[in-house]
Design a protein around this ligand. Structure first.
Ligand SMILES: Nc1ncnc2c1ncn2[C@@H]1O[C@H](COP(=O)(O)OP(=O)(O)O)[C@@H](O)[C@H]1O
Ligand SMILES: O=P(O)(O)OC[C@H](O)CO
Length: 489
């Protein structure tokens, strides 16, 4: 059976998965890599650590594989930017991660100068440090000589997919796909290309940027130096769009919600961009044969990251999975509410300056109540997004869920209770990798179309809401009050 190698470069780990043409995961490898928090609100990655972990996982899977995969697909944490030297391939600075807030003041300046409308109209995005453009400008302004070198064409930049692709092809291909490009604030949704006016506004030289291609395209071939084998790279998509594809949400109205470091709820809206009146983003879901399909997205910066903070920051857990038993043990009358605004709040609040808070602490609050509050916060934030989508006219009847957190049954049930929606967990929870594999498989001719590949999707478990309407209302009110008390701007 033909196979596809999918590289899933996430915020906390790099993964490589060998996926069969029947949609099954045949093998996988995963490596976590260090997160750096050098200052309040800053989040950085070492691009070499990303590269090394990604290559090691890919090579591990390839060495165990019986046959050479037919194609390779890449999916990645989005918005995070790397700038590197075109001659040596060496990064000139650490990668600035999507969660990083260092450009909050610059974003405020752009908002005060009245650029919101132009940016929203062209890109479907708001002005926020989340997106790549201000991060790129920051790197050029704060790295000695970088701006002049960028203008002279000596440097290349891109999101993580671009950086990996460059390295995988030995510097032969500097490209990205439309789903990653549309998260930079530099890409016109209508034109489906970099926008000169936005490049001027954000002061990013065009010479720095990759070529933008369809999600299923010829992205070149890996070198033997990189992976020990020449594989055609046929698919690229940002991880949330890849998860939408991997969850088989290919028809307008279908919706998925992914719980990794952050949480991203994405609603397929079909062939024309739909603008939100409630501060959700308009984004490219995928682009095939030059034709974009669009989505509306709600982005939450902290989901599994709150669990990670309990583990690594507070040290009250050894493993993320312990939150499941802990949450179940929490005292039923606990009113602890955690607003995990560690790096500001994303949709629908977009408050870059808010910081986290915990309300309702009592002398008997312990790790169990904190664990429950952390999981609960993710469910409430999801419901905030569902409410915004409904206010925009969206009809939402259930959620297809995935990501690291959905291994936690307590969380899945809580999500269903808090949102009042049935939630469906698929058999194949590696939906992000699956999306990348589907795209690469279409390009390699293993699937006649994305729809054919999507027919492989199966539900593993469905969680139904179990709490009474009045209990849900009371919990929602407590959450909304806590958020109000956390907002800064
Ligand atoms: N059983 C679990 N319960 C709660 N959270 C979990 C569980 N397993 C993993 N996580 C959280 O999920 C995140 C990892 O999910 P993943 O989809 O791999 O994220 P990413 O792609 O952002 O690196 C981590 O933040 C981790 O804390
Ligand atoms: O690494 P994840 O799975 O949390 O996804 C990160 C997103 O792509 C950021 O927009």
């Amino acid at each position: 059976m033909p196979t596809i190698l999918a590289l899933d470069q996430g915020t906390t780990s790099s993964r490589a998965l060998l996926i069969g043409a029947d949609g099954r995961v045949l093998d996988s490898a995963q490596e976590e890599f260090p997160q750096r928090y050098p200052r309040d609100g800053w989040v950085e990655h070492d691009p070499e650590a990303i590269w090394d972990s990604q290559v090691r996982t890919a090579r591990a899977v390839l060495e165990r594989a019986e046959e050479t995969p037919a194609a390779l697909g890449i999916t990645n944490q989005r918005e995070t930017v790397v700038v590197w030297d075109r001659k040596t391939g060496a990064p000139i600075a650490p990668a600035i991660v999507w969660q990083d807030r260092r450009t909050a003041l610059e974003c405020r300046r752009l908002r005060e100068a009245g650029h919101d409308a132009l940016i929203a109209e062209r890109t479907g995005l708001l002005i926020d440090p989340y997106f790549s453009a201000t991060k790129l400008a920051w790197l050029l302004d704060h790295t000695e000589g970088a701006r002049a070198r960028a203008e002279a064409g000596e440097l290349a930049a891109g999101t993580i997919d671009s950086f990996l692709l460059w390295r995988l092809t030995g510097g032969a291909v500097h490209a990205t796909d439309a789903t990653n490009a549309c998260r930079t604030s530099l890409f016109g949704l209508d034109a489906q290309d970099w926008d000169d006016e936005l490049l001027d506004l954000f002061r990013v030289p065009r010479a720095l940027l990759p070529d933008v291609r369809d999600c299923a395209s010829d992205f070149g071939t890996t070198t033997r130096e990189a992976l020990g084998v020449g594989l055609p790279v046929g698919g690229i998509a940002g991880d949330q769009q890849a998860a939408l594809i991997g969850q088989a949400c290919l028809a307008p109205g279908m919706i998925k919600s992914t719980y990794g470091t952050g949480c991203f709820v994405v609603l397929n809206t079909g062939g024309s961009p739909v603008r939100s009146g409630h501060r959700l983003l308009t984004t490219v879901a995928y682009r095939l044969g030059g034709k974009p399909t669009f989505a509306v997205e709600g982005s939450i910066f902290v989901a599994g990251a709150a669990v990670q903070w309990l583990r690594d920051g507070l040290g009250v857990l050894d493993h993320a999975a312990e939150t499941e038993a802990l949450a179940a043990q929490a005292k039923a009358d606990s009113r602890v509410v955690m607003v995990p605004a560690f790096t500001g709040l994303g949709a629908p609040h977009w408050d870059a300056e808010a910081r986290g808070a915990i309300f309702g602490l009592t002398r008997d609050t312990g790790p169990a109540e904190l664990a429950r509050a952390a999981l609960d916060a993710v469910a409430h934030q999801t419901d905030d997004l569902v409410a915004a989508m409904r206010a925009d006219g969206g009809v939402i009847e259930s959620l297809r869920i995935d990501g690291g957190m959905v291994a936690n049954d307590w969380f899945c049930q809580d999500l269903s209770d808090v949102t009042g929606l049935p939630t469906e967990r698929p058999v194949m929870t590696e939906t992000t990798a699956m999306g990348a594999a589907m795209l690469a498989g279409v390009q390699a001719g293993l699937f006649a179309s994305l729809d054919e590949a999507a027919s492989l999707w199966r539900a593993e478990k469905r969680f139904e809401p179990k709490i009474a309407a009045h209990a849900r209302k009371a919990r929602r009110a407590r959450w909304q009050d806590a958020v109000r008390r956390t907002l800064v701007s």
